[in-house]
Design a binder for this molecule. Structure first.
Ligand code: BDP
Length: 693
């Protein structure tokens, strides 16, 4: 198995009595309607049923009394429309679906063909995961309207922070050559409800907005459309200068507005359902409105006006920090954006990373969530594992995503969770969404590490329903991607569910953050202090000294904690009661500070780094037990990668402890494995060709 099939393998159901039951219910399927999407439904169903049941199915396109599975839009036939009241159908919106099983007949319906496609994928998932299908009564409506992937793909096919080969967009051969990958990509996305993709890197190249490239974008949009996927592009703020030969990109300049109006019109002439732009402006050297002493709202609104009449939207990123803000980078996005609340056009969403620093292994939720009630905020997660083990570490990210979504902002009252902020329910916004920075590339298995596919899957499933548990998501994914064998699922799921915490232990325990290698961000480098801007240096974040370690963000420090509601602060504010998972995020604690375990802070650090390493050994042992349950290719690939992961976990542990020891001046307790190399050795390591940079 190469892994190319992802979670859509459709292998024959091995439980023979279940197979018999399924066969009865699936004896005579019909798919009503005729559109590119219904053709896709028919093809998917034929492939899936053939694989799962081991027999060929002929699908009818008109209904007869013998049909046992009836699939189609609600308005296709009376039996389907009578499954729900008008009101219930309305509540389904464009994407929601109903699956209902009555004696002898099962129905799948929704208001659009794409909703029906989602329903069919859901139904197939039930079969793939061997669930009962006799008493189904499912009504499923996505919690979020925009369920998106952001590709950080460059036009030369390199992928910023990509660990799975080249970009899957083969710009050179587009528009004429439609790679089967595009279709399989769209299928996979549709199967988990993803309905939007930004094709290009947020560090944008204006060339994508030229007619030549728009032809290529159109070809992709055409391929994705029947799968319900809308295309977005990243827009470089200075494009009017670079492409339009204007002297300025000032958002309040009429000629600039005019240029964007024309450009947008041109884009819609190629792609009538174009989604809009994702914009990174005045961040990490990107051009933006502040270059002209204008605000982010001025910039976003100018572009939003160009898009409004076409029903396009602007997704304006809040990932900003500047060298002029040396005290605490944590505070800047909040300081820049909160005053703009209420000043954005109605077709603007502000896209906020899950935390205020940068996709760290563990990070408190971003203080902007709950602080801009008049603006729809979109969640940005990072699926690609820039800071969470890159190409080599098995880390299931659903627990990280859930931890953020379930966090309480207390912005209205108790239970004002981040999830309720982004779904718009707290502040009555109709625009809402979640995106993940994609981990997809040209590798045969799409995501590099065979287990990294689960993070793509998790993003889609949580964008559809953030109430799903990590356990459920892992369970589904394992059954479909590997096997329904109960003991395999049980053990491997435990590895997945623990993997994120394990990675935190050996990389960034107790709230440490941003102590990775320079540029490529591969491996540990807590000692780095010589970069041009203070907030690029790891020493800025851990602040280790002879007294202790950690960033004081309380009222006696940078005061970043004051950006949170008082009730939210409580979990971190007082060092004596603070959740130790975030201790060094908010406090500078002394080396001998007594932890809840009874250990000193220094000994606790030693303990956690070692626990992380030991847990990778546990992952290895658990995985080895699955040798007979998994195909040889993927078993071997994961085994080898776990060996690499163990080496990297030791590297993180040794390098960090040896370095922090130069401040704590205390020994690593003798019951732990001692570093086998010197600090100088770790400092001397260089990775000029590490991927993703
Ligand atoms: C950082 C990445 C950088 C991205 C930036 C962003 O290191 O490559 O361009 O985020 O999100 O995490 O704009």
């Amino acid at each position: 198995e190469t892994g190319y099939e992802l979670w859509l393998r459709y292998t024959k159901i091995s439980n023979t009595s279940l197979l018999q039951q399924y066969k009865q219910q699936l004896a005579s399927p019909v798919v009503l309607g005729s559109s590119p999407t219904t053709s896709i439904i028919r093809a998917e169903l034929s492939t899936a049923l053939k694989g799962l049941m081991g027999t060929n199915y002929r699908l009818a396109s008109s209904i007869s009394s013998s049909n046992t599975l009836i699939i189609g839009k609600a308005d296709a036939t009376n039996i389907l429309s009578s499954l729900a009241t008008k009101d219930e159908l309305k509540k389904l919106g464009e994407d929601g679906f109903i699956i209902k099983a009555k004696p002898g007949k099962t129905f799948i319906t929704g208001n659009t063909d794409v909703a029906v496609l989602y329903g069919v994928f859901h139904y197939l998932r039930l079969l793939q995961t061997n669930q009962p299908i006799t008493n189904l009564n499912i009504v499923s409506v996505p919690k979020l309207k925009l369920r998106m992937l952001n590709h950080w793909d460059n036009l030369d096919r390199s992928v910023e922070r990509g660990y799975a080969g080249e970009s899957i967009w083969d710009w050179h051969r587009l528009p004429g050559y439609i790679d089967q990958r595009y279709i399989d990509y769209a299928r996979a996305n549709a199967s988990i409800g993803i309905n939007a993709v930004a094709l290009t890197n947020v560090n944008a190249n204006a060339t994508i907005l030229t007619a030549n490239y728009l032809e290529k974008v159109k070809a992709l949009a055409d391929a994705f459309r029947p799968y319900g996927i809308k295309v977005f592009l990243t827009a470089r703020f200075s494009a009017p200068i670079e492409l339009g030969k204007l002297k300025t990109a000032d958002p309040l300049d009429n000629a600039v507005q005019q240029w964007w109006n024309e450009k947008v019109k041109e884009i819609y002439s190629f792609i009538p359902d174009f989604g809009g732009f994702v914009v990174k402006a005045n961040s990490e050297g990107q051009p933006g409105p502040q270059d002209y002493k204008r605000t982010h709202a001025d910039g976003a609104n100018m572009m939003a006006k160009a898009l409004a009449s076409h029903k396009g939207i602007i997704i304006w990123r809040a990932f900003v920090y500047a060298a002029e803000n040396p005290v605490d980078r944590h505070k800047q996005a909040y300081d820049d954006f909160v005053p703009l609340d209420g000043k954005f056009e109605p077709n603007v969403m502000v896209q906020v990373k899950n935390g205020a620093i940068d996709f760290m292994p563990r990070e408190p939720f971003h203080p902007l969530f709950g602080a801009m009630p008049k603006t729809p905020l979109m969640m940005e997660f990072q699926v690609t594992q820039e800071y969470t083990g890159q190409a080599t570490n098995w880390v299931f990210l659903a627990p990280l995503f859930k931890e953020v979504l379930d966090s309480d902002t207390y912005s209205k009252s108790k239970n004002s969770t981040v999830a309720k902020v982004i779904d718009g329910s707290l502040d009555n916004h109709s625009l809402n969404g979640m995106t993940g920075v994609a981990n997809i590339g040209s590798d045969i298995n799409w995501c590099g590490h065979p287990m990294a596919q689960a993070n793509w899957y998790a993003l889609g499933r949580l964008a559809w329903d953030y109430n799903l548990s990590s356990d459920t998501i892992a369970d589904e994914w394992l059954r479909m991607t590997f096997s329904n064998d109960a003991s395999f699922v049980q053990s491997t799921k435990q590895i997945m569910l623990n993997s994120r915490e394990i990675m935190v232990d050996y990389m960034n325990p107790l709230g440490l953050h941003h102590i990775m290698g320079t540029g490529h961000h591969y491996g540990p480098a807590p000692w780095v202090s010589n970069l041009n801007r203070p907030e690029w240096n790891p020493v800025y974040y851990h602040k280790a000294d002879s007294v202790g370690i950690g960033f004081n963000r309380t009222s006696t420090g940078s005061k970043a904690i004051e950006q949170y509601q008082p009730d939210a602060r409580k979990q971190w504010e007082n060092i004596a009661t603070a959740d130790e998972k975030y201790l060094l995020w908010f406090h500078h604690a002394s080396w001998n500070y007594k932890m809840k375990s009874g250990r000193s802070l220094w000994n606790e650090l030693c303990h956690q780094y070692n626990a992380g390493v030991d847990s990778v050994k546990w992952m290895q042992r658990e995985w080895q037990k699955q040798a007979t349950k998994v195909d040889a290719e993927r078993f071997k690939a994961v085994s080898m990668l776990l060996n690499v992961q163990l080496e990297e976990a030791k590297w993180w542990r040794n390098a960090c402890l040896l370095y922090f020891q130069t401040f704590s001046k205390q020994p690593i307790p003798s019951n732990y494995e001692q570093p086998d190399k010197t600090l100088d050795y770790y400092k001397s390591l260089r990775f000029p060709f590490a991927p993703g940079n």
